[in-house]
Design a binder for this molecule. Structure first.
Ligand code: ADP
Ligand code: ZN
Ligand code: ZN
Length: 719
């Protein structure tokens, strides 16, 4: 007698089919079992799921539906755990997406293509390579004590007093923890030893360690492998990020799901990995905006880590030298009138070893000759460093040669024909490229409007700095002889696979004297010989309309400063401390004052005070409704209409709906974009409202056919 089975499949966003579909099966299957099911002409991967509460209403009494049989069971795999199912349900509901979309996107793409037979073969191969351990089919896990022939637990570095104290607190308290540690204070060693202590105490346990950027994973992976493979054997550490091949991703996922992999290192996507014995989650550089997914379910992997930790009883450790203001606020100590935040704040102010944080120097650009790009004092300081064999980092967060070309005779500008943005001039390949829609064309020989041949570059990007430095550093001689070697790292220089690794290796090997780059060079790298960092053109962020711009600038500059003087050997020679230079027209700005003192707490306090007064996050909760259409009017008309429909919804009176506005970059690839901000002081009210609003947003589109897409962004990072 076949039984009814609810199965979750990947359904298109906003299709209205949010919940599971009903199928027939010869046998009852546990929730979380992976199956293959027919849908229309296709066969899809699905997950056995609890039936929706209102099944009775769903089966249309008018039309008898003929249920179809499931096509197969992926019997080699353990069902996905109830806690994983809960995580998916929470993510879908909190970020206003369907469970099917979230659940299936969390599985490796190639799992969707495998038939049960192919999967069995795959599992046999993988377990064969994992020293004969049967995995997947057999839930038993190779525990530490039974691994004969392997070395004893790793020694690790002798801990500093601060590291020891922090590890003790992590062991003895519940958390979640915010580790506030200076750049170079040895946070990574804390992560390594926290993981090690966990695995020593609980042989079955698994740890998840997240980093914001794919380009930081290889370095971290190497440190974890070196530390743990001699102890736990090959395969105890796996990576999980989007730059891996489908086969690699599948292998990592299977290893994590079976419990074979004890440590998963990954980017934000890893937060939804199946980890049946998860006991510890580390979120490194927790302030980094890349933890927020920018399409589909727009989740924050950091926030989900906190939720998941609570759900599964896993400890959560967030780490940063410049925490997000949200995490800083949540970890506030108790004051006279307010209780402490829910996170435990841990401190590691000192750098490891002799090295000090760099001396911050502000160059007042008002006193420089007009159109100065590098001030003479900065150039002198650079020359001196290079002559001593030290390295210099130059940070400019804009790639290309110049952000715009213009014609002085008729004022023509290199406007992108498809976007409300300029095409960027790339001199190396003589192209004009739009960084929003990727539209590219050759640089015109003359002004397309008036024919004047004197078309000029306005402003500057990393390409131009590279060229300029080559000219201005001419004649500087390195200790071993030879001219200064200049390299550039940005999204253009690292497009080909493997180039970033190669370029970074050159820097580490001391084959580069000056490294010019975008924020890619500021984050996380343990450069040993850098003793001078210079930031160019950062003033824009001081007066941005985005209230998070100062927070991002401050953390970028602190991170960049953190690349200097990481090795006392290279920075304190002959009394030359390491330096961070900032060229600015606003040297008195409080942000630079705080930077000079390396005083994140002061900066955070100022910012939080402003936010509290203005009622902005973390003192309020926000969601954005974005709409895209061929015309701005159509996009805004839809938003206006759904705002009117919202008036009677539950909790609407507790929230503010702001009028629709165009996005900062209003048009991209011929599509007009508009958004509406919803704000309130109760997260619960906002959630209840959004859930009730969803069906109205869907149905209103029937009357607004010109709207191509709409999406909700909960806790948006960019407004
Ligand atoms: P962070 O992540 O806080 O910026 P890292 O973990 O990269 O700092 O540590 C900075 C440097 O200090 C690294 O080269 C690391 O190997 C070294 N280090 C960390 N802890 C210790 C220690 N206890 N003893 C000696 N060196 C250490
Ligand atoms: Zn012209
Ligand atoms: Zn464009």
């Amino acid at each position: 007698m076949p039984v009814h089975l609810s199965v979750l499949v990947q359904t298109p966003a906003h299709s209205g089919i949010g919940g599971p579909l009903t199928y027939l099966s010869e046998e009852a299957l546990a929730l979380g079992t992976l199956v293959r099911v027919p849908l229309g002409q296709r066969e899809l991967l699905g997950i056995v799921w609890p039936p929706p509460p209102d099944t009775a209403e769903q089966t249309n009494p008018g039309k008898p539906v003929r249920l179809r049989n499931i096509a197969g069971v992926l019997a080699g795999l353990q069902p996905l755990k109830p806690s994983w199912q809960t995580l998916v349900r929470f993510t879908a509901s909190y970020y206003q997406r369907s469970e099917g979309e979230v659940a299936l996107a969390a599985l490796p793409p190639s799992l969707r293509e495998l038939s049960p037979v192919q999967l069995t073969r795959r599992l046999q191969r993988q377990s064969g390579s994992a020293k004969g351990k049967v995995q997947g089919i057999d839930p038993s896990i190779p525990d530490v004590s039974s691994q004969t022939g392997l070395a004893a637990a790793p020694q690790g570095l002798a801990l500093t007093t601060e590291q020891e104290a922090v590890l003790g607190q992590i062991e003895n308290q519940k958390g979640p923890f915010l580790l506030f540690g200076s750049t170079g204070s040895g946070k990574t060693e804390v992560y390594l030893q926290a993981v090690q202590r966990l695995l020593q105490a609980e042989p079955m346990a698994q740890a998840l360690v997240m980093v914001p950027e794919i380009n930081l994973t290889p370095q971290l992976e190497q440190r974890f492998r070196q530390r743990f493979e001699p102890w736990l054997g090959q395969g105890c550490v796996v990576a999980m990020h989007s730059a891996m091949t489908p086969a690699q991703r599948l292998a990592s996922w299977l290893a994590a799901h079976s419990g074979q992999a004890r440590m998963v290192l990954g980017t934000r996507m890893a937060v939804l990995a199946s980890l049946p014995h998860l006991r510890l989650i580390v979120v490194d550089e927790e302030h980094d905006p890349s933890y927020k997914q920018q399409e589909g379910a727009r989740y924050s992997a950091r926030d989900l880590a906190i939720y998941r930790g609570q759900l599964e009883g896993a400890k959560v450790l967030l780490g940063s030298a410049t925490p997000s203001l949200e995490s800083w606020h949540h970890s506030r100590p108790a004051s006279e009138d307010k209780p402490a935040g829910r996170y435990v704040r841990l401190h590691m102010p000192a750098r490891v070893g002799e090295s000090a944080l760099p001396w911050v120097r502000r160059v007042d650009m008002n006193r420089q000759p007009r159109r100065t790009i590098f001030s003479a004092v900065l150039l002198d300081a650079m020359r001196e460093r290079i002559a001593m064999g030290q390295q210099v980092l130059v940070l400019l967060n804009r790639r290309g040669y110049a952000p715009v070309l213009h014609c002085p005779s008729c004022h023509w500008k290199s406007q992108c024909p498809h976007c409300s943005a300029f095409q960027v001039f790339h001199k190396l390949d003589r192209s004009l490229r739009c960084h929003h829609c990727s539209f590219a064309q050759a640089v015109p020989r003359a002004c397309p409007e008036c024919g004047d041949t004197d078309v000029r570059a306005m402003g500057r990007g990393t390409e131009q700095l590279e060229e300029l430095l080559a000219a201005q550093l001419e004649g500087v001689v390195r200790p071993g002889g030879g001219a200064a070697r200049i390299a550039r790292i940005d999204a253009d220089s690292t497009r080909a696979k493997g180039t970033l690794e190669a370029q970074l290796a050159q820097v580490h090997a001391g084959e580069v004297d000056v490294l010019v780059g975008t924020q890619m060079i500021a984050k996380g790298h343990d450069f040993r010989r850098v003793s001078l960092v210079a930031a160019i053109d950062t003033d824009g962020a001081l007066f941005s309309s985005d209230f998070r711009a100062p927070e991002r600038l401050f953390s970028l500059l602190m991170q960049a400063a953190g690349r200097a003087g990481r090795d006392a050997q290279w920075s304190s020679q002959e009394g030359h401390a390491c330096e961070m230079w900032v060229q600015t027209f606003f040297p008195q700005h409080p942000l630079f004052d705080a930077l000079k003192r390396h005083d994140y707490p002061q900066f955070a306090q100022d910012q939080l005070q402003e936010r509290a007064q203005a009622g902005m996050p973390p003192f309020s909760f926000q969601a954005l409704l974005r709409a895209e259409a061929r015309t701005q009017e159509a996009a805004q008309a839809y938003l206006t209409a759904v705002a009117q429909l919202a008036a009677d919804l539950p909790s609407a009176h507790q929230l503010t709906l702001y009028p629709p506005v165009p996005l900062g970059i209003q048009r991209v690839a011929q599509i007009e974009r508009a958004q509406l901000l919803v704000e309130g002081t109760s997260r619960t009210a906002l959630q209840a409202f959004l859930t009730a609003w969803q069906p109205l947003l869907r149905s209103a589109r029937q009357h607004h056919r010109q709207v191509l897409r709409w999406a909700i962004d909960v806790d948006p990072l960019v407004i």
